[in-house]
Design a protein around this ligand. Structure first.
Ligand code: MN
Ligand code: MN
Length: 297
């Protein structure tokens, strides 16, 4: 792997990141909220996109993780940048459309916007779910060449539903890691960045992490980073993380974005690409270059 990357290569790996995200969501949703042991008993190793799960999905269906990311991505493109009001309206329209699943903190934040019109809730220690960091990828793409702006947007998009320090730290650092993976697809460089993240926020320590893979943002990030750094291919990485169960669609989606950015399009198993719902696949392919274009505006 080289640190010299062309813009065509960045665009291709950005598509892999967004597709990898949606694939991780569709793949993980089957075993969301199951334990490792339950997954092993039912599937041996869960390795195909087959739908089902507690949401009774069709194979390839995406869930709230990808849907909320798409709302944010569409708004960034439409508004030529981050517009909290427009994103919140997009979330409200999405909630009114009756999605199969929506996280409790996300629902509460969107309802607050619908009632009071505020695009940021008050600080709350209880807002430590992964609902803000799970949808930060479009901001990473839209600010690839403008990282400081990206940090502000990452936090602001998060505060629409989650205002909590660990959630904020996760949004900023996970976004940085994705951007670094796109610009410098080199695991040594990524590990050095993750080390700085852990130095600043030691509670995200991830080496040999075997704790819960829950929707608590700290558990989620530790699961994702451990799975990412302790595997060497896109496929192994997603299988490893998703088979840990818990909030498996969200950990799968997040690690799918990182792994897609690092390993690129050719590393994504064809069976997974083919299984992903066609509308999502096509919209992601169309939005990704538009998001990247914003980053040099
Ligand atoms: Mn979900
Ligand atoms: Mn989830």
């Amino acid at each position: 792997m080289t640190s010299l990357v062309t813009s065509a290569n960045v665009e291709s790996r950005a598509s892999a990141a967004f597709l990898g995200f949606a694939i991780g969501d569709a793949f993980g949703a089957t075993v969301e909220f199951m334990t490792e042991r339950e997954i092993a008993a039912q599937y041996g190793v869960h390795w195909n996109i087959v739908g089902g799960g507690w949401l009774r999905l069709k194979a390839g269906d995406i869930t709230d993780d990808t849907q909320m990311s798409l709302v944010l991505a569409r708004s960034l493109v439409k508004r030529n940048g981050f517009d909290a009001q427009d994103v919140a309206e997009g979330f409200a329209d999405w909630l009114k459309s009756g999605p199969l699943d929506v996280g409790n903190t996300c629902r509460r934040g969107i309802r607050r916007f619908m009632t009071h019109g505020t695009v940021e809730g008050p600080y709350s220690e209880g807002d430590g779910g992964n609902g803000a960091v799970m949808r930060v990828l479009p901001v990473a793409l839209a600010t690839l060449k403008r990282p400081e702006l990206g940090q502000a947007w990452a936090v602001q998009q998060g505060h629409i539903t989650h205002n909590q320090d660990k959630s904020d730290a996760a949004c900023v650092w996970f976004m940085r890691l994705i951007q670094q993976a796109l610009l410098t697809p080199d695991k040594t460089v990524l590990r050095a960045l993750a080390d700085r993240w852990i130095e600043e926020h030691p509670y995200f320590r991830y080496t040999a992490y075997t704790g819960p893979s829950s929707a608590y943002v700290v558990d989620t990030v530790r699961t994702v980073l451990c799975g990412f750094f302790e595997t060497n291919t896109f496929e192994d990485c997603l299988i490893r993380v998703v088979n840990r169960g818990g909030d498996a669609d969200t950990t799968g989606a997040m690690v799918g974005a990182l792994a897609g950015a690092l390993y690129g399009l050719d590393a994504i198993p064809k069976r997974w690409l083919k299984a992903l719902q066609k509308e999502a696949r096509e919209e992601i392919a169309a939005l990704t270059p538009q998001l990247l274009r914003l980053s040099v505006a």
